[in-house]
Design a protein around this ligand. Structure first.
Ligand SMILES: C[S@@+](CC[C@H](N)C(=O)[O-])C[C@H]1O[C@@H](n2cnc3c(N)ncnc32)[C@H](O)[C@@H]1O
Length: 185
């Protein structure tokens, strides 16, 4: 394990979920570390962010690493389906840009709205993986809204896993994996 147990565990899960021919989406590109990681597992990555700074940072990282299978898109993840409709999975690393403007953060309304558009598009074995941060106000609200929403998903279609550090006192992030197990009921 290198940086964070939770982020490293999220990446470990992604290595078992993604095959080399898959198309995957990074819904929150930020500084591009998850985008870079996904680019090494998948055939093609589409990465979204609402901040130009995120695109510039990610572009720089991908150029340095000679990555050519990533499309960067300056738009909110609620519009993902305007750009790509056929994908294996979507990754969200929620919250604000590290070292950036903390007021520009993912929000419960947009995140839930985006899930509502993406979940029906998932095929069997498709997934949505989210890293959820509860250490700031918007993140805690987002976490509560996600729990309210996810608990009502059809359990015949989706298996939902939560990975957390229950004994840590510093409000660490946690991982939610929504895995689609059937195409239809
Ligand atoms: C925690 S950072 C992501 C970290 C990133 N995955 C990395 O590896 O560096 C969260 C990012 O989500 C972005 N964001 C916030 N709302 C968004 C939205 N509606 N659509 C897309 N990105 C959004 C923020 O601008 C921020 O860059």
């Amino acid at each position: 394990m290198k940086k964070s147990l939770i982020l490293d565990t999220a990446h470990l899960l992604l290595t078992s979920l993604i095959d080399p021919n898959d198309i995957v989406i990074d819904a929150t590109m930020g500084n591009g570390f998850d985008t870079l990681f996904l680019s090494k597992l998948a055939k093609q990555v589409y990465a979204f962010d609402i901040q130009e700074q995120a695109l510039l940072n990610t572009q720089g990282l991908l150029l340095k690493e000679h990555v050519t299978n990533v499309t960067l898109i300056l738009d909110s993840h609620e519009h993902i389906l305007n750009y790509v409709s056929d994908f294996k999975g979507v990754v969200f690393n929620l919250g604000y840009l590290p070292l950036g403007d903390k007021s520009i953060t993912t929000t419960k309304d947009t995140t839930i709205k985006t899930l509502e558009t993406l979940l029906p598009k998932l095929k069997k074995d498709g997934f949505i993986l989210m890293v959820v941060y509860v250490g700031h106000k918007a993140g805690l609200e987002e976490s509560h809204a996600l729990h309210d929403y996810i608990q009502h998903l059809d359990q015949h279609l989706f298996k939902i896993m939560k990975i957390e550090l229950p004994f840590q006192r510093n409000k660490p992030p946690y991982v939610i994996l929504i895995h689609k197990t059937k195409d239809v009921c």
